[in-house]
Write a protein that binds this ligand. Structure first.
Ligand SMILES: *Cc1c(COP(=O)(O)O)cnc(C)c1O
Length: 233
């Protein structure tokens, strides 16, 4: 199989998993994480119907978003202050915000571009020291502080599960969903209404994420790598 066939297969599996979980497939957006391929790979996935793409480096998202402005671009990587103007110029949604000072700079950069930047707050639900993201206990205050910025709209939360342990994956996805449910009622009504996205689940664990309530799954290798094989659950 090539990229178009793998994209179509994954999209069909995500839709089927939604149906199994009693959810409308329209509730779950598939972000094709194209960080391991060049612009041609993006073009192949687009031709198969992909609309949302994720990148974790400014050097990648800037040229790819310029080459394919018809796609919706998601920034999912580590944020460096000096690259914030580039990230804001290229991204419809930034998934990986976990620092208020970065939020302030994002708001300033968005103001200069005359946009409001949609963001997610990345939460380190599992508490692994190697993972980025804010601690769950610090997330509510960070979300509220970000909501006060004029050119930032907080759309929800994002997490990465521990690798290769289905039980731990499920616990961290359910933890993220619970945290969002705790935060939402503490927000102003307008902010609460916008706070409706849960970005969770990758090639190996997206099924658990869909059943725990993901609204965005971020899938790379299962679409773009001909070597990916799912480890049986
Ligand atoms: C690379 C990456 C993904 C996709 O991972 P796969 O295992 O290739 O599906 C998802 N989210 C983030 C933040 C990533 O960096």
């Amino acid at each position: 199989m090539g990229i178009p066939e793998r994209y179509r297969a994954v999209a069909a599996e995500v839709a089927a998993a939604c149906a199994d979980a009693g959810r409308d497939p329209g509730e779950v957006r598939l972000v094709a994480v194209s960080k391991t391929v060049g612009a041609e790979g993006v073009g192949e996935a687009l031709s198969a119907g992909a609309r949302d793409f994720g990148e974790n480096r400014p050097d990648q998202i800037v040229p790819k978003a310029a080459a394919y402005p018809q796609a919706t671009w998601h920034f999912i990587g580590n944020i460096q202050s000096r690259r914030i103007p580039d990230i804001v110029a290229s991204s419809a949604l930034i998934h990986s915000l976990c620092d208020l000072r970065h939020g302030e700079r994002i708001s300033d950069a968005a103001a200069r571009l005359g946009k409001v930047q949609d963001v997610l707050v990345e939460v380190n639900v599992s508490g692994e020291p190697s993972k980025s993201g804010v601690a769950p206990t610090d997330a509510p205050a960070l979300v509220r502080a970000l909501c006060a910025l004029p050119h930032v709209r907080v759309r929800g939360l994002m997490t990465m599960a521990p690798r290769g342990d289905a039980g731990a994956d499920r616990a961290s996805f359910e933890g993220l969903a619970r945290l969002a449910d705790e935060i939402r009622p503490t927000l102003d009504p307008r902010d609460a209404e916008a706070f409706d996205e849960l970005s969770m689940g990758m090639s190996e664990d997206w099924r658990e994420a869909v059943s725990a309530g993901a609204t965005i799954v971020r899938i790379g290798r299962a679409i773009f790598s001909d070597e990916f094989e799912e480890t049986p659950a």
